[in-house]
Design a binder for this molecule. Sequence first.
Ligand SMILES: *Cc1c(COP(=O)(O)O)cnc(C)c1O
Length: 458
Amino acid sequence: MADNALDHWQALARAGTDPLLCALTRREAAFWVNPKRTFFESVRDALPLSAADIDEAAARLERFAPYFAKVFPETAAAGGIIESPLHRADSLAFAAAERWKVSAPASLWLKCDSHLPISGSIKARGGFHEVLLHAETLALEHGLITRQDDYVCFATPAFKTMFAHHSIVVGSTGNLGLSIGILSAQLGFKVTVHMSADARPWKKVLLREKGVQVVEHKSDYSVAVAEGREEALATPRCHFVDDEDSTALFLGYAVAARRLERQLETEGIRVDAEHPLIVHLPCGVGGGPGGVAFGLKHVFGDAVHCLFAEPTSSPCMLLGMATELHNAISVQDIGLDNLTCADGLAVGRPSAFVGTLMEPLLDALYTVSDDELYALVALTQKHEKLALEPSAVAGLPGFAHLARADRATLDTLGLAGHLGHATHLVWATGGSMVPEEEMTGYLEKGRALLKTVESSTA
Ligand SMILES: *Cc1c(COP(=O)(O)O)cnc(C)c1O
């Protein structure tokens, strides 16, 4: 059945008759509205995870806060809570709107996960939570702690000695490897990161400096994950961080929503049906954006609208959701190469767990070309003085797609008549750890593109 379905979609892609598939195979900027989006209350109880699961993850991160404050001094000022600031980006909003010839949104904010402490990307949310869950479980099993203890004790030799007998393995395009690697090594675990070919060399160097074993692969993300999974299965006392299927990662991301709610309150930003919150999330395998969106739905219900963004060479979630094949189809199946400068998004086959869960929750998905990503890195630097990596700016064109959407589309999304009072929030997922000369390279490419290309592709 799945094979037949795959054949069907591949034939359709070759025939060139389906407008969406045409845009994807030609690597044009595509915009897809999710026909299955529905009222949150009508699906909430049927979802595989609940608000109580998010609460539990949030409580775990709080238990570990004293540990972070102690071993990562840069987190001490925030009491060991790993969180990122909101940044109002009016100047960038005007410049981007002018570039795409649409009217500027009333309010556009950046959620600066680029500046999360320790690992400088959204992966600090999910990745840290999964490592902490594993460490806590082992410590409880070994009778080293109770949940009421001060977790600062995780920094003591007794814990490090115990963790040294255990290993953690992960497959990654780079940023998840950084998060898992840095924290696992700090706790005392043996840790191996399987890096896909896209992973930037500086990430491998940094991890090796921290005592992490890095295995380099010549192939893409899916292969790095599969190899990691195999190694973990063959190793006793080894935990595999499964980026495609992990609920621990997913829930770590979801905790962001509660914290965002408080930040919006502090800024005096209203969120309700007449003042929708529209959140634009870059998507790789799906866990990061999916987890954040899931958390946001629990906080804001139908007043929040989530859109995912992917590179034109790696639209795996769009392809999986639009065909309803999820992980039974890859971007390579329709002739794409999955090569993109947005290394955090270089994923050819999406998580089926996330894609299925997002079916009733997601508003839309769209694609962005590498050239546009470079240009947006430069535009963000110019107008907001923020250094973001290419993956992290993928959410910017979302407001332009909505500005151009017809009345029927806005009706479907429950946005008709409300777009003018919306708050757009672009999840800026990474960048602060990118080495200066690497960033200079991005900026040079981007500035050249800003000069030459009058873009029509939002
Ligand atoms: C990993 C990553 C994403 C996307 O997260 P997924 O869980 O892979 O969908 C977005 N931006 C950056 C910078 C990332 O590293």
